[in-house]
Design a protein around this ligand. Structure first.
Ligand code: BGC
Length: 490
């Protein structure tokens, strides 16, 4: 590799130090097969631990959803989806034949709402429901005199029934300080009641639970629902016998045998026993809203990947081996490098554009990140592409350990001789839009579980999973109520 400042008299020396430094950084981001196996094994340990102990770092949250849909569910439900950049209000018609109709509207959640008093955020949510109903109207579900709403709330919540749950802590840049500990269903219901909106919130689900339910509804069965988007997480169906930390009662009736668990795998190995965090991850963590939380998520998800790449880029700039030592205001700003820019750079590599002349990478560097054109050499373009590739690849390989860990824990990866497919529902911007995400995850999966098993895993995009999942949650809650079969922890 040649120098970033090839006209400088010290070009040779700088070229060599760039190459060494880059090799050394890339090595820190490279996960060997042994490391993947070690991480996967630790997943199993932490799954068992979290099922037995309340308050574990990776909390393994019981969802009180006690079975998976088979596609025959019917009904019309409203859905509220909060968890990322926007909130969505939807009306979902489950048609009972694996299909659904959805009408939905997105409403932007400002930074002020994400970080201000929680009452303001929920008032805005109720206002959005009002606007949605005014615009679209809707109908109540059969036999109901009020509209039922499922609430997809994509943050860690300690649930006690299908319609009760207190926020444990915020993630993904949300930080209303007075919210943790409060019941989020109650907050939403109060905000709706205050506006005299005749809607009853009857189910609370995490987006991963929603994704699992949606994929099951669509295909007749799924093993795992996973989100690889702004955040990352997974949910799967667990045998109640193994959820040692709760006793489930169902009002004297024969109790359920299974329950969906929201793993909150974003918090996998916060203790960093085996997680290979680098100095760049430590930088991202140290400057994040919540330190030493969700470290795994900070190495994987769309909210943070750009920030990890930015940390590497700044390090090389400060060592005078990138952009001749010059940065830009955007690059110097926390979260200034959006993960969407990494997608653009990966796509540019795929297009086979040369590093010289105009290309997508150079455009991102000069137009999106504000670097001066004369500071961006061909070698810099090549260097940035390489950084993006190894940061993105590590994210996909780490994601594979979570998927493999879950499939091994549930006993679904072993071939029972029938060659059965292992159905995994996924959603989120990385899964949907980041180039090569699935392909890289599959390569790692093959390293962990072997080629035969990897081939049986089928990833399916559960598009609209959060909205449809909330509706399926509402349908499940209605079923529990009509059967006089409210499931709760005691
Ligand atoms: C949250 C999870 C959520 C995931 C994906 C994480 O930050 O803790 O509850 O499922 O993001 O949205």
């Amino acid at each position: 590799m040649t120098s970033a400042a090839s006209s400088s008299p010290q070009a040779g020396a700088i070229g060599a130090s760039l190459s060494n430094m880059l090799d050394e950084v890339e090595a820190q981001f490279t996960l060997s097969k042994d490391k993947l196996l070690e991480l996967t094994h630790h997943f199993s340990e932490l799954y068992t631990y979290g099922l037995g102990v309340k308050g574990a770092d990776m909390p393994m949250i019981p969802s009180f959803v006690t079975g998976l849909p088979d596609g025959k569910e019917k009904g019309t439900f409203l859905a509220m989806d909060l968890g990322g950049t926007n909130l969505r209000v939807c009306e979902v018609k489950l048609k009972g034949d694996h299909t659904f109709e959805i009408r939905q509207q997105k409403y932007r959640v400002s930074d002020a709402l994400k970080k201000g008093p929680v009452a303001d955020l929920f008032e805005y949510m109720a206002e959005s429901v009002e606007r949605f109903l005014n615009e679209f109207g809707t109908e109540t579900d059969a036999g109901e005199d009020e509209l039922l709403m499922g609430f997809t709330f994509s943050f860690p919540v300690e649930q006690t029934t299908i319609d009760r749950g207190a926020l444990l802590f915020w993630t993904k840049g949300f930080n209303c300080p007075d919210a943790p500990g409060k019941d989020v269903v109650q907050l939403l219901q109060n905000a709706l009641d205050k506006k005299h909106i005749k809607v009853r919130v009857n189910a609370l689900v995490n987006d991963t639970v929603g994704t699992l339910l949606t994929r099951s509804y669509q295909t007749g069965g799924a093993i795992l629902g996973a989100i690889f988007g702004t955040g990352t997480n997974g949910a799967y169906l667990e045998s109640i016998e193994r959820i040692k930390k709760i006793k489930v009662s169902s009002q004297g009736q024969a109790g359920p045998t299974h329950m969906v668990i929201n793993t909150e795998w974003g918090s996998f190995d916060n203790a960093r026993t085996v997680l290979p965090t680098t100095q760049f991850d430590n930088f991202v963590d140290r400057t994040a809203l919540r330190q030493r939380h969700h470290l795994f998520e900070k190495m994987i998800s769309g909210m943070y990947l750009g920030e990890v790449a930015r940390a590497v880029i700044i390090y090389l700039i400060d060592n005078l081996v990138l952009f001749s030592g010059f940065s830009s205001a955007t690059l110097n700003t926390q979260y200034g490098l959006d993960t969407a820019y990494m997608s653009m750079i990966e796509a540019d590599i795929d297009n086979g554009n040369p590093t010289s002349g105009s290309n997508g990478t150079r455009e991102v560097l000069t137009q999106k990140l504000g670097l001066r054109a004369e500071h961006v050499s061909d070698v810099d373009v090549e260097t940035v592409r390489r950084i993006v590739r190894f940061v993105g690849t590590r994210a996909a390989r780490l994601s594979a350990t979570a998927v493999a860990g879950t499939l091994i824990h549930t006993g679904n990866i072993q071939d029972d001789g029938t060659g059965k497919q292992v159905n995994v529902g996924v959603d989120g911007s990385l899964a949907e839009l980041y180039p090569h995400f699935e392909e890289r995850m599959r390569i790692a999966l093959r390293d962990i579980v072997g080629e035969d098993a990897e081939k049986r895993v089928k990833f399916g995009l559960a598009k609209d999973g959060s909205g449809v999942g909330a509706a399926l949650g509402a349908a499940a809650a209605k079923k529990q109520r009509t059967a006089g079969h409210r499931v709760e922890a005691n």
